[in-house]
Design a protein around this ligand. Structure first.
Ligand code: PRP
Length: 207
């Protein structure tokens, strides 16, 4: 399905702050959350609305509200850092969690946690992870979400590379992909270049 690079000067500016190696963990988290909020506008462009009757202080009229439950699925750990920003704008969203880490040698994702939400089958599902590198983690997380019955799935990341995008499009052609940047290189350690380092470590200050 679609692949969208969400370009906006505010996103570009914040992403540049995040890329700098001297950016603190606090500033990294704040900018990640803010970019998550800015990306929401584009990601939810096609969310279905239903007509409702409302009364303003002046008169009766028709209004429109979101007509589908929303489920966010952060891929733990780094996806957690982007979820809060999205949730601020969609406060009714439920959160499911999928914990994956990449084996350092094989770069294959290893599952260590998975907790679904109710009604995921009929929800608008957004899988969130700042990094799309080899694409293994995103693809595996979407496998798990589909195993839970999820159907309308989007994947949102901050930084991606061609290899990961291609893998995801190949494994899950029904999933729309959104990113703030398509970076040029995936190095032989599986790191995106220029990238922003290990997002999980930078969010949680573990290195
Ligand atoms: C990072 C990142 C993605 C994954 C991307 O997580 O947050 O989940 O790697 O790589 P891939 O596209 O090659 O699968 P990591 O394994 O470092 O775990 P963490 O979020 O706990 O730091």
């Amino acid at each position: 399905m679609s692949f969208t690079i969400i370009k906006h000067p505010l996103i570009t500016d914040k992403l540049t702050r995040m890329r700098r190696e001297d950016t603190s963990s606090k500033d990294f988290r704040e900018n990640l959350n803010e970019i998550g909020q800015l990306m929401v506008y584009e990601i939810f462009r096609d969310v279905p609305l239903k007509e409702v009757d409302i009364k303003t202080p002046v008169t009766k009229t028709k209004g429109y509200t979101i007509d589908i439950p929303v489920v966010l699925i952060p891929i733990i750990r780094a996806g957690l850092g982007m979820t809060e920003g999205i949730q601020k704008l969609v406060p009714t969203a439920r959160i499911a969690h999928i914990g994956l880490y990449r084996d350092e040698k094989t770069l294959e994702p290893v599952e260590y946690y998975a907790k679904k939400t109710e009604n995921i089958e009929s929800s608008y599902v957004i899988v969130v992870d700042p990094m799309l590198a080899t694409g293994g983690s995103a693809s595996k997380a979407i496998d798990i979400a589909k195993g839970w019955g999820a159907k309308h799935i989007k994947f949102v990341c901050l930084v991606s590379v061609d290899k990961g995008v291609k893998k995801l499009q190949n494994d899950h052609p029904d999933v729309d992909i959104y990113t703030a940047s398509l970076d040029p290189v995936l190095n032989n350690k599986g790191f995106i270049e220029p990238g922003l380092g290990d997002a999980g470590d930078r969010i949680f200050g573990t290195k």
